[in-house]
Write a protein that binds this ligand. Structure first.
Ligand SMILES: [Fe+2]
Ligand SMILES: [Fe+2]
Length: 236
C-alpha cells in the first residue's frame, strides 16, 4: 500500500487534466463575447450552485457535529458561511447584469427544474454520513472551482465580475484544503484508497459534464481528458 500522503498527492495530480480542461472551457466561454442573456443564464447556474453548496455543507455539518470532531466542525461551519457569502456575491453580479433585484425563489424554482448540470448536485446525491465522499468532493470540486474562478477573473472583461470571482476563488482554495484535512483523517487502509480512487473517478466525470454544459465545448479540453481518464470522456 502507498503511504497516505503519497496517495493524496497522486489523487491531486489526477485532478489536473479536469482542471486544465475546465479552465479552457471557461476561458472559451468568456472570450466568445457572450450576450447579456447568456451571461445571466451562466451566473444563474453559478448563483444556485453557491446556494446549494451552502445548504448541502450545512447538512453535512449537522451529520458530523455529534462525532465531536471539533476541528472538522469549525471547518465546515466556516465553509457554510463562505458559501452564503458567495451566494450573495453572485446574486449581486446577476442584479447588475439584469438591473433588477434578484428573485431568489424564482431562481431556485427554475434551477430545480432544469438545473441538473450543477456541481453541488453531486454533493446532494451523496449520503450525508459519507465523510469520505464529502472530503473528496471538497478536494476535487472546490479545487476545480478555485482554478476556474481564478481563470474567469483573468479573462472576464467586466471588472466587477472579475473582482468578485477573484475573491471567491481564494475561498474555494481554502475549501479544497479542508478536503485534504478530511482525507488525511479518513484514508487509513488500502480499501479506503481503492474506494477513494473509484469515487474520485466518478466525481471528476460528473464535473466534466457540468463544465461542458455550463461553458462551451473545447475539443482540445476533451482530448486532454480522454488521454488522462479514458474513452468514457469521448461523449457526454
Ligand atoms: Fe463557493
Ligand atoms: Fe466552496
Amino acid at each position: 500500500m502507498r503511504g497516505n500522503n503519497e496517495f493524496i498527492n497522486q489523487l491531486e495530480r489526477g485532478n489536473e487534466a479536469l482542471f486544465k480542461a475546465s479552465e479552457m472551457q471557461v476561458e472559451a466561454f468568456f472570450k466568445s463575447n457572450p450576450s447579456t442573456e447568456a451571461l445571466v443564464e451562466h451566473f444563474s447556474g453559478r448563483c444556485a450552485n453557491e446556494y446549494l453548496n451552502m445548504v448541502e455543507v450545512a447538512k453535512n455539518l449537522l451529520e458530523i457535529a455529534p462525532s465531536g470532531d471539533r476541528k472538522m466542525i469549525k471547518l465546515l461551519a466556516r465553509q457554510v458561511q463562505d458559501e452564503a457569502e458567495h451566494f450573495e456575491m453572485v446574486a449581486k453580479v446577476l442584479e447588475r447584469l439584469t438591473g433588477k433585484p434578484l428573485d431568489v425563489q424564482a431562481l431556485l424554482a427554475a434551477e430545480g427544474k432544469g438545473g441538473g448540470a450543477k456541481g453541488a448536485r453531486i454533493l446532494e446525491s451523496m449520503d450525508k454520513d459519507d465523510r469520505l465522499a464529502l472530503h473528496l468532493y471538497q478536494f476535487i470540486a472546490e479545487g476545480r472551482a478555485h482554478r476556474v474562478w481564478q481563470r474567469m477573473a483573468e479573462v472576464c472583461a467586466d471588472p466587477m465580475i472579475a473582482d468578485t470571482y477573484g475573491k471567491i476563488a481564494q475561498d474555494e482554495k481554502t475549501h479544497r484544503e479542508f478536503g485534504r484535512v478530511g482525507l488525511e483523517q479518513l484514508i487509513k487502509t488500502e480499501a479506503d484508497q481503492k474506494r477513494a480512487s473509484d469515487l474520485a473517478d466518478k466525481i471528476r466525470y460528473e464535473l466534466y459534464a457540468v463544465s461542458c454544459m455550463n461553458c462551451v465545448e473545447v475539443p482540445e479540453a476533451r482530448e486532454l481528458c480522454v488521454e488522462a481518464y479514458g474513452a468514457a470522456y469521448l461523449k457526454h
